[in-house]
Ligand binder design. Structure first.
Ligand code: NAD
Length: 254
């Protein structure tokens, strides 16, 4: 699907690694100018270089999505540079703590996880939507997770945070459907990224379950999530809003 986002301005959070980086490259391939954002400046700059190497355009803006002032400034910088915001991929997230049951989960980690995974997505929506209302529409995709659709042992806080992202996505879709703003979520299964490497590090028992938990029998690639996001951002998905789309090799079909 070549050039489906020709001339669009797209913002990607968590763009310095994994799924966010792969999606930035696919959106650029489809003709969008990318505002690459991350709390990790080195990772973000690397993504921007890769976009430029393939002939694309964009800029890096440092932002911690859990801080309102950062997110507000991120949207302002986008509009200042490019005049509009057509597509937003609210993707930044952390895995938190793994290795224990719910009663063992540390409270400070719970708070940090909720600040980034839930409040971070809410803040992005809060500051992106007014710009999209002003310009008469836009497309937003949030990164939830297969763990946002079903429960997940040893990942209760993460699973709760991603269920919240699904709730925010569906509610925002309802509230802004008549304004031309589509809001969807992708729900990745087990994807080969630095986050997944951290989740399985030293946990052979956990790693060994991956092929059976994901019936396709392998991990997904970041690029496979990126293609779904690009479609949801494009006009080809003009009737699609309020969807929490599993991209998970049948993980949640079981
Ligand atoms: P990753 O760790 O490779 O990338 C996450 C990026 O988010 C990093 O560049 C990190 O610096 C950035 N980030 C973290 N906290 C931030 C903050 N406060 N503000 C701005 N940026 C911040 O992980 P990934 O696997 O690419 O994950 C991307 C998204 O996909 C996350 O929301 C994750 O929960 C979700 N997800 C991943 C998988 C998987 O299997 N990898 C599955 C389902 C959902």
């Amino acid at each position: 699907m070549p050039d489906t986002l020709h001339g669009k301005i797209a913002l990607v959070t968590g763009a310095g690694s994994g799924i966010g980086r792969a999606t930035s490259l696919v959106l650029a391939r489809e003709g969008a100018t990318i505002v690459v954002s991350d709390v990790n400046a080195d990772g973000g700059e690397e993504t921007l270089s890769a976009i430029k190497d393939m002939g694309g355009d964009g800029m890096f803006v440092h932002a911690d999505v859990s801080r309102a002032a950062d997110v507000e400034a991120l949207v302002e910088a986008t509009v200042k540079a490019y005049g509009r915001l057509d597509c937003s991929y609210n993707n930044a997230g952390i895995e938190g703590y793994i290795g224990g049951r719910l009663h063992e989960y540390p409270e400070d980690t719970w708070d940090r996880l909720m600040d980034i995974n839930v409040k971070g997505v809410w803040l992005c929506l809060k500051y992106e939507i007014p710009q999209m209302l002003k310009q008469g529409g836009g497309a937003i995709v949030n990164t939830a997770s297969a763990a946002g659709l079903v429960g997940s042992r040893q990942l209760s806080a993460y699973s709760a945070s991603k269920h919240a992202v699904v709730g925010l996505t569906k509610s925002a879709a309802l509230e802004y459907a008549k304004d031309g703003i589509r809001v969807n979520a992708v729900c990745p299964g087990i994807i080969d990224t630095p986050m997944m490497d951290r989740l399985v590090a030293g946990r052979d028992d956990y790693a060994a379950t991956i092929p059976t938990r994901q019936p396709i029998g392998r991990k997904g690639t970041p690029g496979e999530i990126a293609e779904a996001v690009a479609w949801l951002c494009s006009d080809a998905a003009s009737l699609v809003t309020g969807l929490a789309m599993p991209v998970d090799g049948a993980f949640t079909a079981q």
